[in-house]
Ligand binder design. Sequence first.
Ligand SMILES: C[S@@+](CC[C@H](N)C(=O)[O-])C[C@H]1O[C@@H](n2cnc3c(N)ncnc32)[C@H](O)[C@@H]1O
Length: 185
Amino acid sequence: MTKRARSMLRQMDRITRSWFLPTIGREKATFIGRLIDKRRPKRAVEIGSLIGYSAIVVAGHLPPGGRLTCIELNPYMAMIAEENLAAAGLATRTRVITGDARRVLPFLGSRFDFALIDATKEEYFEYLRALEPRLAKGALVVADNTRLYRSRLKDYLAHVRRSGRYESREQGFGKDAMEVSRFLG
Ligand SMILES: C[S@@+](CC[C@H](N)C(=O)[O-])C[C@H]1O[C@@H](n2cnc3c(N)ncnc32)[C@H](O)[C@@H]1O
């Protein structure tokens, strides 16, 4: 990750603390950064971008030639995410699409090898169903807040853990967790 992107994340850490914005935060950002450094995905998608914090983490760690597509429902947030990605020097490797991920995903042409899901909890399974035909074999799907909102994510967690289509594990972060699932194809 470049110095410019790191400095942008530091500024955003201060803003999110004082405004109580629900970004993934530092600890999960470090985890995701390591995951991407290790797996080196080339085509990533993010569902739920808010002000672009996690998007900077994902895009900032992609290898050369990597691209991130962000899908954000709120047009104002989508605009801010786009501005923050540009300020972090990541405009050329990202695109922000404004809309409901459930409607946008079926129209995306790419095959993704990394996905971060962090939007409306009750909709995670719908996102995954729309995303699945676009996942490359071996793709990693990371879902945030799976411990905090476990009861709202039952269908999602049952699918990634028991459908036989994924190898899945929970990565704990205190009271919360992320579910990291590898698509088996
Ligand atoms: C928790 S915030 C995302 C935080 C962001 N991932 C980060 O860590 O910087 C959730 C975001 O998901 C967006 N969202 C909710 N439902 C959505 C949907 N169906 N499609 C796309 N975005 C959605 C909300 O507008 C909100 O900005």
